[in-house]
Write a protein that binds this ligand. Structure first.
Ligand code: ADP
Ligand code: MG
Length: 326
């Protein structure tokens, strides 16, 4: 085991990357599309750009090297390493190239292709139960892959799940490995992090973090995708944390009544206080609610139509590709 872990430090951060970090000017190779901001997080802005040599469109994630006066190179290297580790996983965004730029270039304000948009939409624009099932399966496939490789994401929320397209609804891509960690048997990770509404009780109680921590967030995600309601959200952070630690959640919402009873069972198998009692990603994929898919993945449907054209997909850190190298 110890040899297999040589590439990650005590803190669960990977520290070796295969990509070479390019130092020549980013603008020699890419042009940014003006006003095309795809999204932003706490320390990053993601903008659409075009590779000059190929004309291909990519998403460029610009990450601040210094955050709150601290050098964050280690965290950035870790995020790159996780994307490399998941390069063969279709459900994780693809990494194309890495550049190191002298300055941080912020963009303008605009919305991205996050599932967040549909989660907060009015009912006729919101996801249908069938959509949620298909997208959740994909999210679970990606998470199962990561968990098999001992990576926990730790920041699963609608803002970090992207869609390859909206109309018709495409496939999902998991982004943002900024808070992710390597977990293994002989080390414990306890940290306060993530987004209040999606954070598991063990994180709040400063108890060990595991792959089950992501499974809690998937439970919250499923609830939000189905109802548009954030189940633990309180008026402030304190109230949200209290709701989570008491598992103060309502299964009596009108939005839930319209659903297959198996959907509630699925959510309940995840929103359980004890991490070891929660369903795993593999178990979730076998859950009755997620069976009987009459629709294939959007990708499969597209492949049937034309074998040659590939779907544009959203991508990440620092530059990630539209096309997957198959
Ligand atoms: P942070 O670590 O700051 O949260 P993210 O990786 O989550 O950064 O990126 C911020 C936002 O940018 C995401 O919530 C998403 O809306 C958008 N985004 C990230 N990666 C991509 C991508 N590859 N393609 C399109 N949009 C993206
Ligand atoms: Mg994010």
């Amino acid at each position: 085991r110890s040899r297999a872990q040589s590439n990650h430090s005590r803190s669960g951060l990977l520290c070796e990357i295969k990509s070479s970090i390019r130092n020549e000017p980013f603008s020699d190779h890419y042009s940014l599309i003006p006003g095309k901001e795809l999204g932003r997080g706490k320390f990053a802005v993601v903008r659409k750009c075009v590779e000059r040599s190929t004309g291909r469109e990519y998403a460029a994630k610009f990450m601040r090297k210094r955050r709150k006066g601290q050098d964050c190179r280690t965290e950035i290297i870790h995020e790159i390493a996780v994307l490399e580790l998941a390069a063969s996983c279709q459900r994780v965004v693809n990494l194309h190239e890495v550049y190191e730029l002298p300055i941080f270039t912020p963009g303008s304000d605009a919305a991205g292709g996050e599932i967040f948009n549909q989660c907060v939409a009015e009912r006729d624009e919101a996801f249908k139960e069938e959509d949620v099932k298909r997208l959740l399966r994909q999210i679970l496939e990606g998470i199962a892959f990561l968990h098999k490789n001992n990576v926990v994401h730790l920041d699963l929320k609608p803002q970090n799940i992207l869609l390859t397209r909206n109309e018709p609804l495409g496939d999902i891509k998991i982004v943002d490995f900024g808070l992710s960690r390597m977990v293994s048997n002989n080390q414990e990770i306890r940290e306060i992090m993530g987004t209040p509404e999606y954070v598991a009780p063990e994180v709040l109680n400063y108890e060990p973090i595991s792959t089950a921590t992501d499974m809690w967030s998937i439970g919250v995600l499923a609830y939000v995708m189905l109802t548009g309601i954030s189940p633990f959200l309180g008026d402030d952070k304190q109230e949200t944390f209290l709701n989570i630690s008491q598992i103060n959640i309502s299964y009596a919402e009108e939005e839930l009544e319209r659903l297959d009873k198996a959907a509630i069972h699925f959510i309940k198998s995840l929103l359980i206080k004890e991490p070891q009692d929660r369903a795993t990603a593999e178990e979730c994929l076998k859950h009755q609610w997620l069976q009987m898919q009459e629709k294939n993945s959007a990708e499969e449907l597209m492949k049937q139509k034309s074998a040659s054209t590939s779907i544009p997909e959203p991508v990440s850190a620092e530059i990630s590709s539209q096309q997957r190298k198959e």
